[in-house]
Every structure is written in structure tokens, then in C-alpha cells.
Write a protein that binds this ligand. Structure first.
Ligand code: AGP
Length: 626
């Protein structure tokens, strides 16, 4: 979703802004723009602003900028994911106020923009775009004019009248070494350059880690005044000073490159064995004897009583993270004998749900910025429940809003289609269910220790599974013809079927649906014919025999079956047209292996169709609007 980059300091801003936008491309966008502040001819004279905007990619913005005067040490830039108004240059950011004094980039939605726009129209303001953002900059301009050109105060007054979500960066022509930023429910990070001679601004830390690892995360309702050579002046919406807390970002620049792979998605699929090792490091402890195995989770230690005494456990998430949540439900119910509900955060937040103070709400999110999940957390906190975050991005809003939690530690995920985050989330949920079940006494030591050994073996088994990549690549050629797919699984593999279908539709634009296999007879079987590929998750676990029966039903109707099976399976081979083998493991760990072929299948089909795997149309990596 929209990406913001800003720079003010001692270097030329333009290349930093463009490279920053390129690093944020993974978030998904449809237009881009940049504003460079130009100093006045002599000291104290107002400067000017060079604005370049276009529909389409950052590369197009770069070509448009060639030949223009982009010299200047301060600027703001943006990639836009259209919400109000179609993707076009006029709607792209930065937006400039009618007076030409101010420019803004904005991520989020100003919900009451219509009312404000009408009031501004009455005052003679003219608008050149369909966006809510242009309304905001005109409103800031209105206060700016009436308060004697004090930008920070004008921003404060304007935001005081807005509802909705925003991360903004605003610059002024009269003071071309000054950026004012603010946030509410949309992420914004300030990077501090050496000796505070320069500052970097962005939606997340990726554009700045080449220059600095020292960052400040803005909290909701905070406004920061950023000027080189001066400390960041942080205040809240009514002007009360706030403390500036500086964090160290632990991300290596090499994590942000494709490392020889053609796409981030493929790189991230292949990283999964190492990611799971990182995720389990220091948490899965193998003893010399199996009975000494244990799981160590600091979150369980810190909030022991509230977790152990949880009345209900509610998991809130969206998309792939929601699928991981469905697996979490089965894990916790099986190992801890606690009732677990799994909710789409977007539904939960508007449903007036029953949440009690002794409930635990587990929020799962790769980005840690998903607007609906954040709102669901807000509800849970209001009700006094313990909020437990399972998040990848360190320092993200959900991580900071949670009372406690576990980072999945799989490194930056840049492909829009989530892969390694899913397996990281599932691994964390396995560890949590094991540790909690053992603590509660619902899981005996033998099963606890045995499962830990199996879990520790998963990274090597993932590596083995990834060796099917070339075979799947070939197989994909057969399946690119299809315009519909059905994915079927049961038990722990049912959420994997949902995830496989989501992966395929996200990046190949082929319609795909996931179902619990037995539900097929209640409707989807009507779709089955010789042109309809049906992917069965048929690993050797609970309900295997029943899955075989479901397959025979499809076979009888000439459906084309592709089955994911446990290596050595002979029976499915006689029914399915194609099979992909995965190593054997226990049922509750099956998703960690069976999802990999589905990720690879989706990837290769999309590549064969010539599609942009890492930046599929209409999708955003970080969904910061509801
Ligand atoms: C996954 O492939 C998707 N891109 C999407 O469903 C994603 O999982 C969802 O938007 C939730 O994101 P989060 O995990 O960052 O909260």
C-alpha cells in the first residue's frame, strides 16, 4: 500500500528518494511522484518546489525526471495505491496546496474529507484531483495562512479536524530544509543520520537502512518537526511534548536483495528452511536425551498467569495470517484443550464481539501494520483482554500495541504473496501450543518432547521438499491452461488448501477456491469436469482414508487430480494424475511441508503466464487502510 519517503540533510535528495521508492515497491502501488525543494535565490527568500508525478512504476518517474532540475537537499516522495480516484498523474502524490506553498504525501484515508472539501470550496479553494489528500493539504494551507505560516501548528490544527488514518509528510516552499510528519494508524519511521545532520523518513525502515540503523517510530497522534542539525521535536495533537525513543533496526541490507533469484517470492520460498531455524533459535531446545527437550518462550514466562488462565482465546488476522490462525486454533485446541475462535479482523472489529478481561486475543500479522488487525487489537485492549502479537516486522505498530508476543524472525518478506511468514507463523503457533499445553498439563511429557524433536527436524525436511522445484516447474506447464482450481484438504491440511488457493489467485489471477475436502459433496463437486484441476492435500495423516474416498469421487467425474502426498505413498499414485511427494512428519506439523509445493506451483504458473509475481496487480503488501 502507499509508500512514503522523505529526506532532508546534506546529500542530494532525489537519488535517495527514488531508491527509497524502489525499496518500497514491494508494498504495491499504481502511481508515483516526487517533490524536491529548491532554496530561494538568496537567504530568507522563499524557494520553489519541483514536482514530478506519473501513473505507473517508479522507473517511469525516473525517466520523466531526466532533464528536469532535481537538485536539492530536501524532498518527499510517494508510491500511491489508489483509494479515492483512479490511478493517474493528477491523483498521484505529492499534492500541492492552491497557494503553491505546501506539498504533502499521505498514506491512509481522511474519512470526513467530503465535508472539509465542501467547506474549503466555499472559501474559494480549487481542487485538481479526486483525492482526500489534496483536501488535507488545502486545509493545512488554510491554517498556515491564518497562523502566520507556522507549518507544525497548521498541521496540528488541520489534523484536529480529520477522522481516519494517516501518515503524512509535509514540506513548505518558504523553508526548504524542513519536513513535518505525523501519524495515526498508518506507519511512519524517522531515520537519524550521523550527528543529526540528516533525517530520513519512510513508511518502514527499508529505504533508510543503507544510511542509518537508528530510527524513531512515530506513535499514533504524534507530530514531528524534522530539521537537519536539530533534535526531532515530537509533540502530540494538542502540542504536548513527547519523548523521542531511538531504536536500532536489526536488518542487513543484503536481506533486501533478490540474492540471485529471479523474484523475491522464489527467494523467500527457498529461504524457509533457514527462516524456520532462525524462528526456533533459542526457543526449541534439544536435550541430550529426547526427554530433556523443551520450548522456551519469554512471552509465556512474562504473562504466565494470564495465558494459563485464559478463559477464551481469540485469534484475529487477515489473509494468509488468518490461515495460519486456523492452524493455530487446531493446535491450541488439540494440545491445550482450550476453546479458540479465529476471526477475520475486518469482521471482528465491527461485530461488537464478546471479549472478556480474562480472554487472550492473539493478533497474527506479518507486516504488523494491517489496519483491520490493529483495530481489532484496539477493541481487545478496551475490553481488558491480553493482546498477544505474532508478528514479523520488529517495531511495527501491532508489535508495539501488543502486551506481549513472539516475533517470527523470518527476515524481511518483500514478495507480496506471503510464503516464509506463513511457515514462520505456523512454527510460532506450534511452539506456543506445545509450551502452553505442557504448562497446562494437557500434553504429557512424552508427546511434548517427541513433537519438539519432530519440529526441530522440519527445516531439513523443508530443504528436501524444495528439491521438487524443477519437477513442479515442469508440471506447471500442464496447469497454466486452467481458469479454475479447487484445493481440498482436511484437518491440519484444510487451512493449507485455503492458503494454496490464495497463493494461486494472488499471483496467477486464476480463480481458485479452497475447501475442506468433505465439503466438496455439498456444492463444489458440481464444478468438477475434465478441465478442472483439483489439488488434494493427501498426506498420510488423520482422515487419509476419507481423503482417498473424496479423490475417488472426483476421479469418477474425470476431474484432473494433483495430489500432495507423503513420500512412498502408493495408493494415491493410482488415483491422481500427478503427485508431489513431501517427507513424512506428524499431522500437526504437516502444513509446514505441504504448503511448500503449493507455493512453488503458484509461483511457476504465474511466471509461465508472464505475470509480475512480486507485484501482482491491485495487491499491496502492507494493507494499511481498512
Ligand atoms: C498473503 O499472500 C497476502 N498478501 C495477504 O493475504 C496478507 O497475508 C494479509 O494482507 C495480511 O497481512 P499481514 O500478515 O501483514 O497482517
Amino acid at each position: 500500500m502507499c509508500g512514503i519517503v522523505g529526506y532532508v540533510g546534506i546529500r542530494q535528495a532525489f537519488p535517495i528518494l527514488i531508491e527509497g521508492l524502489e525499496k518500497l515497491e514491494y508494498r504495491g502501488y499504481d502511481s508515483a511522484g516526487v517533490c524536491i525543494l529548491k532554496p530561494g535565490r538568496s537567504y530568507g527568500q522563499p524557494g520553489s518546489m519541483e514536482i514530478i508525478k506519473t501513473e505507473g512504476r517508479v522507473s517511469r518517474l525516473k525517466s520523466l525526471a531526466a532533464g528536469k532540475d532535481t537538485i536539492g537537499t530536501c524532498g518527499i516522495a510517494h508510491t500511491r495505491w489508489a483509494t479515492h480516484g483512479n490511478p493517474c498523474a493528477a491523483n498521484a502524490h505529492p499534492h500541492v496546496s492552491m497557494s503553491g506553498n505546501l506539498a504533502i504525501v499521505h498514506n491512509g484515508i481522511i474519512e470526513n474529507y467530503r465535508v472539509i472539501k465542501n467547506q474549503l470550496l466555499e472559501r474559494g479553494y480549487v481542487f485538481t484531483s479526486d483525492t482526500d489528500t489534496e483536501v488535507l493539504v488545502q486545509l493545512i494551507d488554510y491554517y498556515y495562512k491564518s497562523n502566520g505560516h507556522v507549518l507544525t501548528e497548521a498541521v496540528r490544527s488541520a489534523l484536529g479536524r480529520c477522522y481516519g488514518a494517516y501518515a503524512i509528510a509535509v514540506t513548505e516552499r518558504e523553508d526548504p530544509e524542513h519536513i513535518v510528519v505525523a501519524r495515526k494508524a498508518s506507519p511512519l519511521v524517522i531515520g537519524i543520520g550521523e550527528d543529526e545532520k540528516e533525517y530520513f523518513i519512510a513508511s518502514d525502515a527499508t529505504p533508510m537502512i543503507e544510511y542509518t540503523h537508528k530510527v524513531v517510530y512515530l506513535d499514533d497522534d504524534q507530530i514531528a518537526d524534522v530539521r537537519p542539525g536539530k533534535d526531532i521535536a515530537l509533540t502530540d495533537l494538542v502540542g504536548v511534548k513527547a519523548d523521542v525513543t531511538v531504536h536500532e533496526v536489526d536488518v542487513d541490507i543484503s536481506m533486501l536483495s533478490k540474492g540471485g533469484f529471479p523474484h523475491f517470492m522464489l527467494k523467500e520460498i527457498f529461504e524457509q528452511p533457514d527462516c524456520l531455524r532462525d524462528c526456533m533459535r533459542g526457543r526449541v531446545i534439544l536435550g541430550d536425551r529426547e526427554e530433556d527437550n523443551r520450548i522456551v518462550l519469554s512471552a509465556l514466562r512474562d504473562c504466565h498467569d494470564r495465558l494459563v488462565n485464559a478463559k477464551n482465546i481469540i485469534i484475529v488476522a487477515c489473509g494468509t495470517s488468518w490461515h495460519a490462525g486456523l492452524i493455530g486454533k487446531q493446535l491450541i485446541e488439540q494440545l491445550c484443550r482450550r476453546r479458540v475462535e479465529v476471526e477475520y479482523a475486518s469482521e471482528f472489529r465491527y461485530r461488537n464481539p464478546v471479549i472478556e478481561p480474562d480472554d487472550v486475543v492473539i493478533a497474527i500479522s506479518q507486516s504488523g501494520e494491517t489496519a483491520d488487525t490493529l483495530a481489532a487489537i484496539g477493541l481487545a485492549k478496551k475490553a481488558g483482554a491480553l493482546v498477544f502479537g505474532i508478528v514479523n516486522v520488529v517495531g511495527s505498530s501491532i508489535a508495539r500495541e501488543s502486551d506481549t508476543g513472539i516475533y517470527i524472525h523470518v527476515g524481511p518478506e518483500l514478495g507480496v504473496a506471503s510464503t516464509k511468514a506463513f511457515t514462520g507463523q505456523v512454527a510460532v503457533l506450534v511452539m506456543l501450543a506445545l509450551a502452553l499445553g505442557f504448562e497446562l498439563g494437557t500434553l504429557d511429557r512424552k508427546e511434548y518432547c517427541r513433537t519438539i524433536s519432530e519440529l526441530a527436524a522440519i527445516p531439513d525436511k523443508m530443504k528436501e521438499t524444495l528439491q521438487t522445484n524443477d519437477y513442479i516447474k515442469d508440471l506447471s506447464k500442464i496447469y497454466t491452461y486452467a481458469s479454475n482450481f479447487l484445493y481440498l484438504g482436511r484437518g491440519f491440511n484444510y487451512p493449507v488448501a485455503l492458503e494454496g488457493a490464495l497463493k494461486l489467485k494472488e499471483i496467477s489471477y486464476i480463480h481458485a477456491e479452497g475447501y475442506p475436502a468433505a465439503e466438496m459433496k455439498h456444492g463444489p463437486i458440481a464444478l468438477v469436469d475434465a478441465n478442472m484441476p483439483i489439488v488434494f492435500l493427501a498426506t498420510h495423516h488423520q482422515l487419509y482414508e476419507k481423503i482417498i474416498s473424496n479423490m475417488r469421487e472426483v476421479q469418477a467425474r474425470n476431474g484432473r487430480i494433483l495430489a500432495i502426498v507423503t513420500e512412498g505413498d502408493e495408493e494415491v499414485r493410482t488415483i491422481a494424475r500427478d503427485i508431489i511427494e513431501v517427507p513424512s512428519t506428524i499431522a500437526l506439523l504437516a502444513p509446514l511441508l505441504s504448503v511448500l509445493p503449493l507455493q512453488m506451483l503458484a509461483y511457476h504458473i504465474a511466471v509461465l503466464k508472464g505475470l509480475d509475481v512480486d507485484m501482482p496487480r491491485n495487491l499491496a503488501k502492507s494493507v494499511t487502510v481498512e
